[in-house]
Design a protein around this ligand. Structure first.
Ligand SMILES: [Zn+2]
Length: 51
């Protein structure tokens, strides 16, 4: 699973498609208490991308 912000969600989707060759699921992180950072920058992660 890749955690990412709004800006990097397309990049995350590309990476997962490259690795798994199937369209990934994109889940919005609803829990405000999960203070997770984007894997590509320092923004707060908004989406979980994976299968
Ligand atoms: Zn980001």
């Amino acid at each position: 699973m890749i955690k990412c912000c709004d800006e990097h969600v397309e990049l995350a989707l590309d990476i997962v498609v490259d690795e798994h060759e199937v369209p990934p699921n994109m889940t919005k992180i609803e829990d405000e208490n999960l203070s997770t950072n984007c894997e590509f920058c320092q923004n707060k992660a908004v989406y979980l991308v994976g299968n």
